[in-house]
Design a protein around this ligand. Structure first.
Ligand code: AQP
Length: 343
């Protein structure tokens, strides 16, 4: 049986990178799935607290992210939408997997190293820097593995930045099954054509919710004016012409890639580079910002409608219903796991 699982952190309003890299694929999978396929999409709030969050803000972001999932087209009657912390089995399985997970493997994770600002060849950290590092941030991929395995997910649609974590999740399955028998399922990673959407302010960094410069990302809720301001101030280079050359012109190439992901006729970035080669950067950016505003307008309307309806606690209702179904789904696995371990 096919089971699709993925998650998004409630660390802010989702941006275009989240959408093109993952969320859009979640909707496609929902809409093309066979009736027997189980789909679970989680707002992974346990992951969000690996960095300290303001409780009021976190509660608000959870609602906003849940509203986003519905506004992009996920149907709570078809896909199970839930807050991760409502299903305790995620944390329980994480502990169990921790007992067979390799520290050495975890310490090689690129995301862990980048949070430490470590390069591959960096020297070891001193004692005071080590004291500031939190265990949760280090063991985050084990929780991610538990999220996937607790629902026996066969397919996990994520952005390319998560590939290494999925590889680790498969390693967790192997370790557990080797120790206790073949109870956990090995998941397959599904990546979107937009594998990695880059920052508007630095085309070598991925677009991210937590980057301090808000101009580096387009939020799905941005108004046409905000989109225009951000696109116009996107960092390009001193050549006032359009061409696709990711090596030498990363800024403008990133913008062409964005346009290509939104292009209804499916033109590649390099084809679009030729189509717009006669334009100034300013005119090209205007076309991109108009296309973005247009593409996000239906989402924006839906999102505001859902948030307005929330006076009637619509989102709470969705979350309660989703948590109940997700708990049932997780419990099916946990019964097998507890039995296999000897509990
Ligand atoms: N720039 C990106 N390009 C393509 N895919 C992306 N994803 C995130 N950024 C990009 C994918 O979006 C899904 C949800 O991401 P997440 O919120 O769980 O975590 P993240 O990868 O850590 O995203 P952010 O926006 O960078 O959050 P912060 O700043 O809080 O760390 C995932 O499938 C991810 O691959």
């Amino acid at each position: 049986k096919q089971v699709i699982f993925s998650g998004i952190q409630p660390t802010g309003v989702p941006h275009l990178g989240n959408y093109l890299g993952a969320l859009q694929q979640w909707v496609r999978l929902q809409n093309s799935a066979a009736p027997s396929t189980k789909l679970l999409y989680s707002v992974v709030d346990l992951h969000a607290i690996t960095v300290q969050q303001d409780p009021k803000q976190l509660r608000q972001w959870r609602r906003e992210v849940l509203a986003t999932l519905i506004a992009i087209g996920l149907n709570p009657d078809r896909s199970i939408l839930f807050y991760q912390s409502s299903v305790q089995a995620h944390a329980e399985l994480m502990w169990i997997l921790s007992c067979t997970a390799s520290m050495g493997y975890l310490s090689r994770m690129t995301q862990w190293k980048s949070k430490l600002s470590l390069k591959d060849d960096a020297s070891p950290l001193d004692t005071s820097s080590k004291a500031k590092l939190k265990l949760g941030l280090f063991s985050y991929p084990v929780l991610q593995a538990a999220d996937i395995m607790v629902h026996r997910a066969t397919h996990v649609p994520v952005g390319e930045d998560q590939s290494q974590h999925l590889e680790f999740a498969r390693e967790c399955v192997t370790n557990f099954n080797h120790a206790y028998g073949p109870h956990l399922v090995e998941p397959t990673t599904i990546t979107s054509p937009a594998k990695r959407v880059m920052s508007l302010q630095d085309a070598r960094q991925k677009m991210s919710k937590s980057h301090p410069d808000p101009r580096s990302r387009i939020l799905l809720t941005d108004t046409p004016n905000e989109i225009k301001r951000k696109v116009m101030s996107a960092l390009t280079d001193s050549t006032n012409a359009v061409s696709y050359d990711p090596e030498n012109r990363p800024g403008v190439s990133n913008l062409l890639e964005l346009l290509s992901h939104l292009d209804e006729s499916g033109r590649t970035p390099s084809e679009l580079g030729s189509v717009y080669s006669g334009l100034s950067l300013k005119d090209f950016k205007t076309i991109l910002s108009d296309t973005l505003s247009e593409s996000l307008s239906t989402f924006r309307d839906q999102y505001h409608k859902i948030m307005a309806e929330d006076e009637g606690r619509y989102l709470d209702h969705v979350a309660i219903k989703g948590a109940k179904k997700a708990r049932e789904s997780a419990e099916e696995t946990m019964v097998l796991v507890r039995e296999a371990i000897g509990f």
